[in-house]
Structure formats: C-alpha cells, structure tokens
Design a protein around this ligand. Structure first.
Ligand code: ADP
Length: 374
C-alpha cells in the first residue's frame, strides 16, 4: 500500500525533541513532506545553533518513517528555523538574503525563470563545473537569457571559472542582485563566503542556502537556469534534486568504468525523483596532444556512449581532455566564450543547442502523472 502523509506524520509524532520536551510534529518542526513512489523526503526545522547536536534526532526521524510499510527510502533534512535564522547569520555580507517564510512551497516554480536544468556527476573531478560553465555559455551563444546557480555549496567553482569576483549587492536588504559576466547572471556561495572560510552553517543549512540562492535573488527573466550540482548521489543531492523545480538533468562522466558506475547512480537518483534525464556528456573523452595534435584514448573512450545506450538515455556529446579547456576554465575565460572558433567551443554549442531542444520538447511531452490502482 502506498504510504500517506498522515502515516508519516503519525510516525514522526513518536519522535521527541530532547530539549523541548514534546514531539517534533506538535512542535511544528516538520515541514515539506514529499512522497513519491514510496520515497519520502521531509524537513525538520531547527534553530541553526542546534543543528549539529540534532543529527541523532534526524536519524531517529528517518528510522521511524523507514519502518512504515511501503517506504522505500527516507531523507530527512535539518533546515534553519525561520525565527532564529538572523541570529545565526554567519560572517558573510550584510546583504545576505533574509529568511524564507517557513511555509513556502519548496518545489514551486521560480517566477521569471523558464526552465531549470541540473548539471550533475556521480563523483567529483570529472569536469562537471567546466561543462556547466561552457554549457551555460553555449546557451547564451544560442541566443538565450541564461542564469547559473552554483549549488556546489561545499566547493563552489563558478566565481573562478566565470572570472567573477566581488560581492553581490542588495537594493532592498532582502534580495540579492546576481553577479554578471559574459552575458550570464550568476549566484554562488563563493561570492558570499571567502573560499578558505570554514562554513559553520554547512550541512544542516545547505537546503536553506540553496533555496535562498534560488528564490531570493533577482534573477529577472531567464530562459534557462543551469544549476551546477554538488558531485555525488548522497542525501544532500537527492534532496536538492527534489527541492529545485528541475525541468531536466545532464550527467557528466568520464569514460572510466568507476565514473560510469557513479554516473549510473546519478541517473537513477534523478529518475527516482521524476526529473527527466536529458542525457550524458562524456568529458575527458580522449586526449589531444597540444604539441602534435595526436589523439590518444587514455580512458577507453566511448564508455559513456555505451552506458547511455544501456540506460536508455541520450548521449549528448564528447569533450576531449584538452589543455586549452583546462587553461581557459581555470583562468575564468571558458573556451566557448574566449575562443569561439575552437572546435571544442563548437562541441559545447552543439550540446547546448540539443539541451535547449530537449527542454522545449520535455516541457510539452512530459508524460502525465501515473495513476496507480492498488
Ligand atoms: P568537477 O566540477 O567535476 O569537480 P571541474 O570542472 O572543477 O570538475 O574540473 C576539474 C579540473 O579538470 C579543472 O582543473 C578543469 O579545468 C579540468 N578539466 C575539466 N574538463 C577538462 C577537459 N575536458 N580537458 C582538460 N581539463 C579539464
């Protein structure tokens, strides 16, 4: 039998907040319950200063729901409680966005933003951010208004890759202006917290940070927003995939077996939360020698194409391991914009055009919700 919200709430009402002496449901701490095909996600709102201590409570809540019949997976996320968020504001800018209303629907559309796509990878270091930056610029050269949300909160690389420094401003003290370069609007945790600062509010606060960057930034009118996801397929990524109203996801992988195995996990994660996977991009597909122009297939090129076929998703294209790509992305001048005549720039433009095509198709052709008769 399909699990219901009431059953989830009943299970959670057996969990007591040790410091407040009542259960977390009657204390109004539970919000954002989402149930899809037996996969349950919910938030527990806590004061930020208690975030670290409440990990056992989070786990107990997950266990209680997990014990219900029909539950396949449970993800509980600790989020910052609205009332006390201002007290917990860390060292960053005075222009930090204000609190979110507690009952704002997590998966609502973002006004003015046409489609949001995630760029994801099963593991770090495969070039996800490089691809995200070039894909976004490829969309700009395709004539679209594009935003980039750097959701890689633990290791934001968009400021560096897109050559942007400084801090976002706020006109009204509530919403932030995005930063801009190369025709892109960009928001990243990297603008708010200096690179080497330990972020005391990481972990439990990740979701509220993401929601604020999504909804409390003056994005204006965008055709597409590209979200650079944190690498991996853990709880945080799953929750993000669920809490951002994604129109689709692109998976970046290298051709190595291990990376492909991780890419498969990434693909399954998006499928689990009903986000269409637009396809797989093979990065560092083959090596182009900068001296002789010779091509070597050091990572058994072609693995991602085969994997895409096996998994029934589209192979969007291959990008070589190339010194020019590395140098331009690490110096804040991605190849798509700094060397548009380069053949690799053309690859990114082609991938961008295909993604655009698929997005417009997906929004029309998305299957109607399945009706399950039990
Ligand atoms: P991820 O986001 O997956 O951790 P990055 O995009 O940060 O990976 O890339 C990791 C490193 O690899 C960076 O130094 C980047 O410049 C380099 N890199 C990424 N893709 C390529 C490529 N196709 N050719 C050469 N270097 C690349």
């Amino acid at each position: 039998m399909a699990v219901t919200e009431k059953q989830v709430l009943d299970a959670l009402s057996t969990i007591a907040d040790p410091e407040r002496g009542a259960d977390i449901v009657s204390l109004g701490m539970v919000s954002g319950i989402a149930i899809r095909d037996g996969n349950v996600v919910f938030s527990i709102e806590v004061e930020p200063e208690r975030g670290d201590k409440l990990e056992p409570l989070r786990k107990a809540a997950e266990r209680a729901v997990d014990a219900l019949p029909g539950v396949l997976s449970v993800t509980a996320v600790l989020t910052a409680q609205t009332a006390s968020r201002s007290r917990a504001a860390p060292q960053a800018d005075a222009a930090r966005p204000g609190p979110l209303p507690a009952n704002r629907p997590a998966r609502g559309e973002v006004p003015g933003v046409g489609a949001i796509i995630a760029v994801a990878s099963g593991k770090g270091g495969v070039g996800k951010s490089t691809v995200a930056a070039n894909l976004a610029l490829g969309l700009v050269t395709n004539g679209l208004a594009v935003g980039v949300l750097d959701a890689d909160i633990y290791g934001p690389s968009m400021p560096r890759m897109l050559g942007i420094s400084g801090r976002p401003r706020s006109h009204d003290g509530k919403t932030l202006q995005p930063m801009e370069n190369y025709g892109l609007k960009v928001m990243s945790m990297g603008f708010l917290v200096p690179e080497d600062t330990p972020m005391i509010w990481r972990g439990p606060m990740v979701m509220s940070a993401l929601q604020q960057m999504l909804r409390e930034v003056e994005w204006g009118k965008l055709d597409i927003m590209v979200v650079d996801m944190p690498p991996g397929t853990g709880d945080a990524q799953l929750t993000m995939a669920q809490q951002v109203p994604l129109a689709g996801a692109v998976i970046v992988s290298t051709p190595q077996d291990i990376a492909l195995l991780d890419a498969r996990k990434g693909l399954n994660m998006f499928r689990k939360v009903d986000v269409p996977v637009l396809g797989i991009i093979e990065n560092m597909s083959y090596f182009l020698c900068p001296h002789c122009g010779g091509r070597s297939e050091i990572f058994s090129h072609g693995g991602a194409r085969r994997e895409a076929e096996l998994l029934g998703t589209e192979f969007l294209g291959e990008v070589p391991l190339d010194l020019g790509i590395r140098e331009t992305s690490d110096s804040g001048r991605p190849i798509t914009i700094s060397d548009p005549d380069n053949p690799h720039a053309a690859v990114f433009r082609r991938i961008a055009a295909r993604v655009r095509e698929k997005i417009s198709g997906e929004s029309v052709r998305r299957p109607p919700p399945r009706i399950v008769i039990e």
